[in-house]
Design a protein around this ligand. Structure first.
Ligand SMILES: [Fe+2]
Length: 355
C-alpha cells in the first residue's frame, strides 16, 4: 500500500501519515491519558520488529509515543536504524543490545529490569533476550510521530545512510561511562544500570523534599527525569504542553488531574501505571503509601537541547499552583487517603517555611 497516494478526498484530508503508517503495522494501539498497568497490556505479533508489541498514543498529541516491545525467549529483534530518537526502559527480563555506527566497531552492553539507555540517532541497533525461558519487555519513548509526519516518507526515516557522528562515533565507553552532572539536577549519560539506584538531588521547586534528576541521553532532543516523592507528601499542581509520560516505578499513590474550570479526576497509581497529561491539564502527584513513590517521566525536550519554558502553557505563574493557593479539597482527599494507610501527613507549616 502506498501511503502517499490517496484515492479520494477522505484519504487525502484524513489521518496523519503516522496514523496511516501505524495502522499498517497491525499491532494494538492504546489511547487516552492513563494506563493502569503497562505490564498487563496485551501485545500483538509485530512482523517488522520480529517480536510482539503495542503502541501507546497518550496525552492527545502526535509528537511522541511509547512503544512496547517483547523479545521472544532465547531470541532477538531484527536489527534496525531510524531517524527518530528513542529512549528505552527495560520493563522485564535480561539481555543485551548491540549498537553499531557505520564505519566503526559494534558496541554491546547488557541490561536488566529498570535499565535505561538511549539509541544514538540512526545508529544500527539490535536487542537480544538473554533468557531461554522468559520473554523480555522493553518500553521505548520516541519522537517517531513527529518525525514521520514531518517527512511523510518511511523509507527516508528507516532507510537513511546519514551518519550522525556528532552524536556517536562508536566510542568504546559510550554506554559504560557514568556521565556528567550539570548544575544541581541535570545528568548527561547514555546508560543507567538501574534507575531505582540512580542518585537524585533535592529539588523543592515542585514540592516538599522532592528528589529529582533530569536526564539528557545520547544527545537527544527528547529526554526524561527521575522523580521521588517522600512519604506523607505530594507535589504542587502544575500544567504544561502535552507529550510528558509518567511511569510509576515503585510505591503507591494517585494523581489528581483537571482542565481549568472542570472537576478533578483521581487516578490510582501502582508500579506500571502510566499517566500522560493532556494539553494544559493541571496534574498533581501524591504519595499515599508507606514508602517513597518513585517515577520516571519521559519528556519531549531534554534539559540539554531545549529551554524548559517551551513547555509552559501561559509562560507565567499560573502554570504552577503553590500549596498555599490550592483548593481545600486537595488536602482533604490526601488526608483521607493517608488515614486509610495509617500514614501521617508532613507538617505543612514546615513546608511553607522551606519553600
Ligand atoms: Fe508534569
Amino acid at each position: 500500500m502506498d501511503l502517499r497516494q490517496p484515492k479520494n478526498y477522505e484519504e487525502w484530508r484524513g489521518k496523519s501519515f503516522y496514523k496511516r503508517w501505524q495502522h499498517k503495522e497491525g499491532i494494538p494501539v492504546y489511547t487516552g491519558y492513563f494506563i493502569e498497568d503497562v505490564f498487563a497490556l496485551p501485545l500483538g505479533e509485530w512482523e517488522r520488529k520480529g517480536g510482539r508489541g503495542a503502541y501507546l498514543n497518550l496525552g492527545g498529541q502526535e509528537e511522541s509515543d511509547l512503544q512496547l516491545t517483547e523479545i521472544p525467549r532465547g531470541g532477538s529483534l531484527k536489527p534496525e536504524r531510524h531517524l527518530f530518537e528513542e529512549i528505552i526502559l527495560v520493563l522485564d527480563g535480561t539481555g543485551a543490545t548491540t549498537i553499531r555506527q557505520e564505519g566503526s566497531q559494534a558496541r554491546t552492553f547488557e541490561w536488566q529490569p529498570r535499565s535505561l539507555f538511549a539509541v544514538p540517532l540512526n545508529a544500527w541497533h539490535q536487542h537480544f533476550n538473554g533468557s531461554a525461558t522468559e520473554a523480555a519487555r522493553l518500553l521505548s519513548y520516541t519522537n517517531l510521530p513527529l518525525t514521520l509526519n514531518l517527512y511523510h516518507n518511511d523509507d527516508f526515516v528507516f532507510n537513511n545512510a546519514f551518519v550522525f557522528s556528532d552524536r556517536f562515533k562508536g566510542e568504546d565507553d559510550y554506554f559504560l561511562k557514568p556521565g556528567t552532572k550539570w548544575g544541581s539536577h541535570n545528568w548527561e549519560t547514555n546508560f543507567i544500570d538501574d534507575v531505582l539506584r540512580f542518585e537524585l538531588a533535592l529539588w523543592n521547586e515542585k514540592g516538599f523534599q522532592i528528589q529529582h534528576m533530569r536526564l539528557a541521553m545520547a544527545d537527544n532532543v527528547i529526554g526524561c527525569h527521575l522523580h521521588e516523592i517522600q512519604v506523607g507528601t505530594y507535589d504542587q499542581a502544575h500544567r504544561h504542553r502535552p507529550g510528558a509520560h509518567v511511569l510509576i516505578l515503585e510505591g503507591k499513590g494517585y494523581e489528581l488531574c483537571w482542565l481549568e474550570g472542570e472537576a478533578k479526576t483521581k487516578l490510582d497509581f501502582r508500579p506500571g501505571s502510566i499517566f500522560a497529561p493532556l494539553n494544559a491539564m493541571y496534574h498533581q502527584h501524591f504519595n499515599s503509601g508507606k514508602s517513597k513513590l518513585k517515577q520516571i517521566a519521559f519528556r519531549s525536550r531534554s534539559p540539554k537541547w531545549s529551554a524548559g519554558e517551551q513547555e509552559l502553557v501561559t509562560g507565567d505563574k499560573m502554570d504552577l499552583i503553590r500549596y498555599e493557593n490550592e483548593d481545600a479539597e486537595v488536602r482533604q482527599i490526601f488526608e483521607n487517603e493517608l488515614r486509610k494507610e495509617g500514614v501521617s501527613i508532613v507538617d505543612f507549616q514546615q513546608v511553607r517555611e522551606s519553600m
